[in-house]
Design a protein around this ligand. Structure first.
Ligand code: ADP
Ligand code: MG
Length: 283
């Protein structure tokens, strides 16, 4: 397996007038080519910031981030445009943001190809094959306003794949859909991953996504805190993440149960580290 996305100690700080908001505080993440990964976390945990950096829409403040042969920390404006054109496809949450309203679905899919050197005939063949691949035949001649929200998101996947990027990113792609339609869209993304071998990263606040991906990472307060991996028999194994500085985040409910606060005794044995509540003996 070959590494497609690598983030090490990734930071993003937004400056809003005199205030600084730290949206990412040391994200470590590796994604292999052909993986189907989700990023799950509550609102404000930094998911969109991370995926926007991976898409080349935001520049990181510090740390390392590479996607394929691109180093996104040192990338200039011109390279970022090239990167977005060839290396990534992006699906937004807002169904309306993904499609041009006055073009039919066929022309929407063809639009990103206009910047390439393809002839009109070649474009037509490619659009037709994407339409067939994603079963969009019935809606190809319709305007976005005349198809359902779920169909709009599947059409958006086709638009994102127009230039055959190795990476497909989606930020809450099912956020505006009902559960059933959402599952249909997620399954289409899985289908793309399995058949086109595209690396797919889906951001969502809904932990149910774990049923539709191979691996899911959890974010909290701008860090990756846990990871859920489905094995061959679809059994889910949940792990806590230990970052490159040795940091771990202990879930609040476990901390409460242990009655540990601010300090603890750290004990080490073979393959095992434990934290124990400090018991003070009366003299
Ligand atoms: P999520 O997608 O998980 O809801 P975001 O990445 O959108 O989280 O936001 C993470 C944090 O960064 C939040 O505190 C948010 O308010 C802040 N943030 C995001 N984008 C900006 C921005 N452009 N300017 C200032 N603060 C921002
Ligand atoms: Mg978001």
């Amino acid at each position: 397996m070959k590494t497609h996305i690598s983030c090490k100690g990734l930071y993003k700080i937004f400056k809003v007038s005199d205030l600084e908001v730290v949206a990412l505080r040391g994200v470590d993440l590796d994604v292999q080519y052909g993986e189907l990964l989700s990023i799950v976390g509550a609102s404000g945990s930094g998911k969109s910031t991370l995926i926007n950096i991976l898409a080349g829409y935001e520049s990181p403040s510090a740390g390392d981030v590479t996607v394929g042969n691109f180093d996104l920390l040192g990338i200039n404006q011109k390279e970022a445009v090239e990167y977005r054109k060839t290396e990534v496809g992006f699906v937004w949450q807002q169904t309306g943001k993904n499609l041009v309203p006055y073009l039919d679905i066929f022309s929407n899919i063809e639009l990103p190809m206009m910047a390439s050197k393809l002839t009109k005939n070649n474009r037509k063949t490619k659009v037709e094959s994407l339409i067939k691949f994603l079963n969009l035949e019935k809606i190809a001649k319709r305007l976005p306003e005349n198809i359902s929200g779920g169909e709009q998101q599947i059409a958006a996947i086709a638009v994102a794949l127009a230039n055959e990027p190795p990476l497909l990113l989606a930020d809450e792609p099912t956020g505006e859909l009902d559960d059933e339609t959402g599952v249909m869209v997620l399954e289409k993304m899985r289908y793309v991953n399995k058949n086109y071998k595209t690396t797919v990263v889906i951001v969502t606040h809904d932990p149910k996504i774990e049923n539709h991906v191979d691996r899911s990472i959890g974010m909290r307060d701008g860090k990756v805190v846990n990871e859920v991996i489905s094995d061959n028999s679809n059994k889910k194994n949940e792990y806590i993440v230990v970052d490159s500085f040795g940091g771990v985040q202990i879930p609040q409910e476990i901390l409460k149960k242990s009655k540990i606060s601010s300090k603890a005794n750290l004990k080490v044995a073979d393959n095992k580290i434990s934290l124990e509540k400090i018991i003070r003996k009366n003299k």
